[in-house]
Design a protein around this ligand. Sequence first.
Ligand code: AHG
Ligand code: MN
Ligand code: MN
Length: 339
Amino acid sequence: MFMHKVTTLNQFIVERQAEIPGATGEFSRLLHHVGIAAKKVHREVNKAGLADILGRAGTINVQGENQQKLDVFADNTFMDELRASGECCGVATEENESAVAFDEDLCRRGKYAVCMDPLDGSSNIDANVPVGTIFSIYRRLSPVGERPSEEDFLQAGTAQIAAGYVIYGSSTMLVYTAGRGVNGFTLDASIGEFCLSHPLVQTPARGRIYSINEGNYANFPVGVKKYIKYCQEIDEASGRPYTSRYIGSLVADFHRNMLRGGLFLYPETSRYPEGKLRLVYECNPVAFIAEQSGGAATNGTRRVLELTPGSLHRRVPFYAGSREMAGKLMEFLEFFNHI
Ligand code: AHG
Ligand code: MN
Ligand code: MN
């Protein structure tokens, strides 16, 4: 029988580690546990229609949003696995007001701090729409052996050691970067392993998809409105009109655009005057992936990765995807902000 060689996520991270002088395996262990948590959430998402795990948990998270049962499950699962890795001193998530410090001795000696959105797009889950997990890994700033400090979780995106997301879609994928390109792994459920399926993903420099919740059109900054009209104009030479695609799940919208070429937009609106998406655990990790795949991510005026978070749940306007599309959008924003 023809067997083709597969590289599992674990093999891949161990091989990569061997290429880095002085690497000790701690980071590999951490990622390994992220993979385990992802598989557990995958299992739960996949039986969501069968068991009593759909719907609201009856609780509200720190941002006043209804928590779905799967939000709570994913939050607990990732938290437990990161704790079990022994390499992580604490975790900041969308579901908790402040970062959670791990008090076990082993964890206190962990070098890494993790920020994450355990379940992204969860308000869509009852409709069988893809959801995701987004994560971001930093080297802690506080002394190893002590309780982590708030600053560990509030570093600029440029300090990320690694970042990625899991997409629980028609197949489940884990996509991550450690600063040397983006690699994607698809879960082969028959062997229970993430297998390298998308080595060194490069996003097209110019895309033809724009992704935005156009229901908010009346509230968009004028530069964004003009850019949308530009996307819709007929111009055969540049392939316009572009195609509009919007799922309402950042991970799924971004992932599709990264593979095909496109731009994701979530500007400020009257409901969300600072934008809706959270810098620390949504925008920064996705921005790191965007840049590492050859794309760009901006808040409209600045590179997302260079923003200083200030607080854990800070929201920012977010535009990410193909480089030339992001450049064009910035031209519109700049021009129309100055008239
Ligand atoms: P979360 O489920 O973690 O709260 O995030 C939902 C986010 C993001 O996934 C998506 O891009 C955005 O909300 C969609 O917002 P709208 O429904 O306002 O378009
Ligand atoms: Mn989210
Ligand atoms: Mn979420």
